[in-house]
Design a protein around this ligand. Structure first.
Ligand code: 3PG
Ligand code: MG
Length: 398
C-alpha cells in the first residue's frame, strides 16, 4: 500500500519481540465481553507474526481510567477473552512497563503471545511522553500498529512508539486504510453518503467535509429534523436542535455550491412516545402532528434512499436512519442496509460503514458481513470522515 510499510515489508521476525498496538476496548457487561469483533479483527496479525516465530507483545488500553491502576479497568479479563477468541494461550503482565513487563517478556518463547496491562494506567501514555515511550520501546524490537480505531489518539502506544522503533501497519490497519481509501480517499463515483444519528452538533465538521466530497448526502436520524426545521418544516415534538438552524442552512448552501444533492426525509414514522412498540403512523413530512415525534423515516424516503444506492458506485454510511434500537422504528435502517448489502453482493457497490451505532445497526439488520468493509472504529472513523489526519496513521507514513 502506498505510503505504508505493512507486514509484507517486515522481513524475518523469528525470535524478535514485536510490540503490537491493538484495540481491546471492547464492551463488557457483568465481566463478560458482549461483542468480540475487535478481538476477532486482530487475530490475523497475531497469527501471522506468531507463525513466523515472533514474540508477540500486545499493547492496549481499556476504558478511560483517571487515577492509575484499578481492577475496573484491568485488561486481565480481556486477556482471557482474547485467548478464547484466538484459541491459544495469551499471557498477561500486570504492568506495561518496568520489571513486571520485562520479566514476562524475558520468559516468552518464540511464537508466544503476551498482553501487557492497560497502557492508560500511566498518565504519560496519553501525554505521549518520550521517556514513557522509551520504557515501552524497551520491550520490543519492532512496532506494529493494528489499532486503527485508536489512531485518532496521539498517545505513546499509538503514535510515540512509531518514532522509537521500526514501524509497520498490521493487517487490520492495512485493511481499514484500504477500505477508507476506496470509500472517500479515491472512490469510484458516484459516491453517496448516509449520515444519521441523533445530533447535528456532533457531526458538523463531518457534514461540512462530506458535502465537498460526495455526490449525494442522505441525512437521517434525529439530525434530519434539525435540517427540516431549518428549512421551515414543523417537526412537532421531534428531537431537534433549533439553535443549529444556521449551521444546517450553511451546510445546505455549501452542498449546493459543491453540487452535492442533499436528501432529507419526505415522510416520517411518527409516534407520541419514545418506546418500543409505541403506536405509530407514517405521515408526509409536512404533516407531522404538533404532539408527534419522528422516530424513523417512512417508506417513501426509503425508496428514494434505495434509488440513490442503486445509482451509487460507492456508499459511505455512518449512523442509523431512525431509532433502530427500538422496534418498529428500525425498519428504514434495516431496509436500506439490506438493499446496500444486496447491491454489494451483486458487485455493483463498494460499501464502507463505521461508527459505534452503525455497526450495531448493521448487525441488527444481519448484513454486516455483506458490506465491503465495516469499521469497528468509533471516534477514529468520525475523524476520518471529517477529513482530519489521524496521528497514529500519519506517523506510519514514510
Ligand atoms: C474507541 O473505543 O473508540 C477507541 O478504543 C478509543 O477509545 P477512546 O475514545 O477512549 O480514546
Ligand atoms: Mg470512543
Amino acid at each position: 500500500m502506498a505510503g505504508f510499510k505493512t507486514l509484507d515489508d517486515i522481513g524475518a521476525v523469528g525470535g524478535k519481540r514485536v510490540l503490537v498496538r491493538v484495540d481491546l476496548n471492547v464492551p463488557v457487561a457483568d465481566g463478560k465481553v458482549t461483542d468480540a469483533t475487535r478481538i476477532e479483527r486482530i487475530a490475523p496479525t497475531i497469527a501471522e507474526l506468531s507463525k513466523k516465530g515472533a514474540k508477540v507483545i500486545l499493547l492496549a488500553h481499556f476504558g478511560r481510567p483517571k487515577d492509575g491502576p484499578s481492577a475496573e479497568f484491568s485488561l486481565e479479563p480481556i486477556a482471557r477473552a482474547t485467548a478464547e477468541v484466538l484459541g491459544r494461550p495469551v499471557g498477561f503482565a500486570a504492568d506495561c512497563v518496568g520489571d513486571k513487563a520485562a520479566e514476562a517478556v524475558a520468559a516468552m518463547k518464540d511464537g508466544d503471545v503476551l498482553l501487557l496491562e492497560n497502557t492508560r494506567f500511566h498518565k504519560a501514555e496519553e501525554k505521549n511522553e518520550p521517556a514513557f515511550t522509551e520504557k515501552l520501546a524497551a520491550n520490543g524490537d519492532i512496532y506494529v500498529n493494528d489499532a486503527f480505531s485508536a489512531a485518532h489518539r496521539a498517545h505513546a502506544s499509538t503514535e510515540g512508539l512509531a518514532r522509537h522503533l521500526p514501524a509497520y501497519a498490521g493487517r487490520t490497519m492495512q485493511a481499514e486504510l484500504d477500505a477508507l481509501e476506496k470509500g472517500l480517499g479515491n472512490p469510484v463515483r458516484p459516491v453517496v453518503a448516509i449520515v444519521g444519528g441523533a445530533k447535528v452538533s456532533t457531526k458538523i465538521d463531518l457534514l461540512m467535509n462530506l458535502v465537498k466530497k460526495v455526490d449525494a448526502l442522505v441525512i437521517g436520524g434525529g439530525m434530519a429534523n434539525t435540517f427540516l426545521a431549518a428549512r421551515g418544516t414543523d417537526v412537532g415534538k421531534s428531537l431537534c436542535e433549533h439553535d443549529l438552524a444556521g449551521t444546517a442552512k450553511q451546510i445546505m448552501i455549501e452542498a449546493a455550491e459543491a453540487g452535492c444533492a442533499i436528501i432529507l426525509p419526505a415522510d416520517g414514522v411518527v409516534a407520541k412516545e419514545f418506546k418500543a412498540g409505541a403506536s405509530s403512523e407514517t405521515v408526509a413530512i409536512s404533516d407531522v402532528p404538533a404532539d408527534g415525534m419522528i422516530l424513523d423515516v417512512g417508506a417513501k424516503t426509503v425508496q428514494s434512499v434505495n434509488d440513490w444506492i442503486d445509482r451509487a458506485a460507492t456508499l459511505v454510511w455512518n449512523g442509523p436512519l431512525g431509532a433502530f434500537e427500538i422496534e418498529p422504528f428500525d425498519r428504514a435502517t434495516v431496509a436500506a442496509a439490506k438493499h446496500a448489502a444486496a447491491r454489494t453482493k451483486a458487485r455493483k457497490l463498494v460499501s464502507v460503514a463505521g461508527g459505534g451505532d452503525t455497526v450495531a445497526a448493521l448487525n441488527h439488520a444481519g448484513v454486516a458481513d455483506d458490506f465491503t468493509y465495516v469499521s469497528t472504529a468509533g471516534g477514529a472513523f468520525l475523524e476520518w470522515m471529517e477529513g482530519k489526519p489521524l496521528p497514529g496513521v500519519e506517523v506510519l507514513k514514510r
